[in-house]
Design a protein around this ligand. Structure first.
Ligand SMILES: CC(=O)N[C@H]1[C@@H](OP(=O)(O)OP(=O)(O)OC[C@H]2O[C@@H](n3ccc(=O)[nH]c3=O)[C@H](O)[C@@H]2O)O[C@H](CO)[C@@H](O)[C@@H]1O[C@H](C)C(=O)N[C@@H](C)C(=O)N[C@H](CCC(=O)O)C(=O)O
Ligand SMILES: Nc1ncnc2c1ncn2[C@@H]1O[C@H](COP(=O)(O)OP(=O)(O)OP(=O)(O)O)[C@@H](O)[C@H]1O
Length: 581
């Protein structure tokens, strides 16, 4: 019989930070059932639990980090890049974990572990434990047959995931649906937004957050799915209703090694295991390749293909229902555009989000909601409402000042930097200034490329620090500057190049150099309110720094959107990790 956990364990569930990410009404599953689900073995190689086992604990949760382990959990002790999770099994058991899932190396580390009551801890052995965490979490946290449906939308791609998920939710909310969100900026799974640590949390949290959403009566959720998530099996056991693809450009080559591998990681989302339908933005070679892949794996009937920059390309070689953006026109900060589809179908839309690329994000969101089942007539009715495609997206093209034009944006890879610079190019004789750096411990090959782009496109380039993480910031700046100097040497536009740090000082310097007709782009950190330097989170909000510098110089600041005070709650999440950080 499953053993149960105590009342004090229930109290712990209600109070700890990790509990805020869990459903309040867990449904216990016997460990033996979980062992059978994944074909686990004992350390002797026999089918689990093997002869002589007496305990069959009730499992009420799954975790893969001790900071997130709650009473009743199965702790997945995974081999990591730095440590083996089994080194922390004792801490997981101390936190109330009732069993351990691990590989052979992990089992040797766990040894003869016992739980808090001195009972020998059951160990489920699997040769590749990370690959079974998703299905196990799905079994423990997944829906009951009587639960109302929760429609799931996934967005992947190098850039535009956050924005597209916000637009999807804005449309669904306009249609009267209660929505949930999992992404880079925040998680919405109930009443209180939870700041994010990862773009896509680890599998146990993905499944527990979906359970929490069901408890809160959420009818649809939009989720960002990063390539890390697909490579690390973070969405295993989730089948989305609609998956969308934005684009593929250089980033994350530290993890993937090549663009082909990066593509292959993203392509996993467009398979029957992960989605029923797909909407693929098929501009460029990678977009076309993703459309072909999705058609092959899901069937052309399950595919919508969208063309934006390549809208003039003929249909012939494109699979699925083909839609194109026609006649995009500037309208205020944003654009009006028409979506033209099969059999003469049309949708007329407007987004006030600045930047040409946001037409692509908005169009993708519209077609994903259509693929999710919303009729064209109903959709057009929603699109006719003002600003339905203009949700505020923190730190994305966020306007802080107008004279000079001062923008904070999250562009932190080459393509995003090009698009952000294009979108913020001043009219007339104004000069373009940019303040940016590059992230430490991430794809180092993009540093000089971003430097080159800045020097080719901006008049004044100020190179500073982004999140150095554990790296020394000076060599990161030097790598960016190498690209800047190369482009200047080759005839690039920049006439002023400076290296200024810390970052707040660099922002002040840009404001000091700018005139009222100029445009300042502060790129790379967007909504972030902490700068991570060698494991320490320093408060830093580009929006606040830019607003303060503009005020000090006597320039106007645009509306209330000058950033938020760093929230101590947010720091807690960074330190403890809302996920397995
Ligand atoms: C490169 C990467 O993705 N690393 C992930 C990986 O870390 P790791 O292999 O180094 O883990 P480790 O430190 O060796 O520890 C091994 C195991 O012991 C566990 N542990 C460790 C210490 C402890 O006290 N207790 C404990 O339980 C860990 O949870 C882990 O399971 O496994 C950890 C646990 O699953 C993840 O948290 C960690 O993500 C780190 C925090 C991270 O920053 N990832 C980034 C790069 C990321 O995933 N980014 C994407 C893309 C964003 C974008 O598009 O820009 C994202 O989705 O956020
Ligand atoms: N469709 C797009 N094409 C190219 N660049 C884009 C696009 N959408 C947004 N960007 C740029 O990328 C930046 C990040 O946008 P967004 O947060 O929506 O993307 P993301 O994929 O969620 O990024 P991340 O994974 O890093 O969180 C924006 O600030 C903007 O500079």
């Amino acid at each position: 019989m499953p053993t149960d956990h105590s009342a004090s364990d229930d109290a712990a569930r209600g109070t700890s930070g990790a509990a805020a990410l869990r459903p309040t009404r867990p449904r216990p599953v016997p460990l033996s059932e979980l062992g059978a689900l994944i074909g686990a073995t004992t350390t002797d190689g026999a089918a689990w639990p093997g002869p002589g086992a007496t305990e069959d604990p009730a499992v009420t949760g799954v975790s893969l980090n001790t900071a997130q382990t709650l009473p009743g959990d199965l702790y997945a002790a995974l081999p990591g890049a730095h440590r083996h999770g089994a080194e922390f099994a004792a801490a997981a058991l101390e936190a109330g974990g009732v069993a351990v899932l691990t590989d052979a190396a992990g089992a040797a580390l766990v040894g003869a572990g016992t739980d808090r009551s001195g009972v020998p801890v059951p160990v489920l052995l699997h040769p590749a434990p990370r690959t079974v965490v998703g299905p196990l979490a799905q079994r423990v946290f997944g829906p009951a047959p009587t639960d109302p449906p929760l429609a799931l939308y996934a967005v992947t791609g190098t850039n535009g995931k956050t924005t597209t998920t916000y637009v999807i939710n804005a449309l669904l909310e306009a249609a009267g649906v209660t929505t949930g969100l999992i992404g880079t900026i925040e998680i919405l799974a109930g009443r209180t937004p939870i700041p994010s640590v990862l773009t896509t949390p680890e599998a146990p949290q993905v499944h527990s957050l979906l359970a929490l959403m069901r408890e809160h009566g959420v009818g649809a959720a939009a989720m960002e799915v990063s390539s890390h998530a697909l490579s690390y099996h973070r969405v295993d056991g989730v089948r989305f209703d609609v998956a969308g693809f934005t684009n593929l450009t250089q980033d994350h080559l530290d993890l993937h090694g090549s663009m082909a591998e990066y593509f292959a990681a993203k392509a996993q989302l467009f398979t029957p295991e992960h989605t029923r339908r797909a909407v693929v933005l098929a501009d460029g070679d990678w977009g076309r390749a993703m459309a072909a892949h999705a058609a092959g794996r899901l069937g052309a009937d399950a595919l919508t293909t969208l063309l934006v920059d390549d809208a003039d390309r003929p249909d012939a070689d494109l699979p699925g229902a083909v839609w194109r953006v026609v006649d995009p026109r500037r309208d205020g900060l944003g654009h009006r555009f028409t979506l033209s589809g099969p059999d003469g179908a049309h949708l007329h839309a407007r987004t006030g989000l600045p930047g040409g690329f946001n037409v692509a994000n908005a169009a993708l969101a519209v077609l994903m909601v259509h693929a999710g089942g919303l009729d064209l007539d109903v959709l057009q009715g929603l699109l006719d409402r003002p600003d339905v495609l203009t949700p505020p997206v923190p730190g994305r093209m966020q306007v802080i000042g107008t004279a000079p034009h001062a923008i904070v944006d999250f562009a932190h890879n080459p393509d995003a930097l090009v698009r952000a610079l294009e979108a913020t190019r001043p009219d007339g004789d104004g000069r373009q200034l940019i303040v940016f750096g590059a992230t430490g411990d991430r794809d180092a090959t993009k540093r000089p490329l971003m430097g080159e782009i800045a020097a080719r496109m901006a008049d004044v380039v100020i190179v500073t620090d982004d999140d150095p993480h554990d790296e020394d910031p000076a060599p990161i700046r030097a790598a960016v500057l190498a690209g800047v100097h190369r482009a200047v040497h080759d005839g690039g536009r920049a006439t002023v190049v400076e290296e200024v740090h810390p970052r707040a000082e660099a922002i002040r310097r840009a404001v000091a150099l700018a005139g009222p007709r100029d445009s300042i782009l502060v790129a790379g950190r967007g909504h972030e309110v902490w700068q991570e330097v060698k494991g320490v989170n320093l408060p830093l909000d580009d929006r606040q720094e830019l607003a303060a510098a503009l005020r000090e110089t006597g320039h106007p600041v645009h509306g209330p959107a000058d950033g938020a005070d760093p929230d101590p709650q947010d720091a807690r999440h960074h330190e403890e990790g809302t996920t397995e950080a």
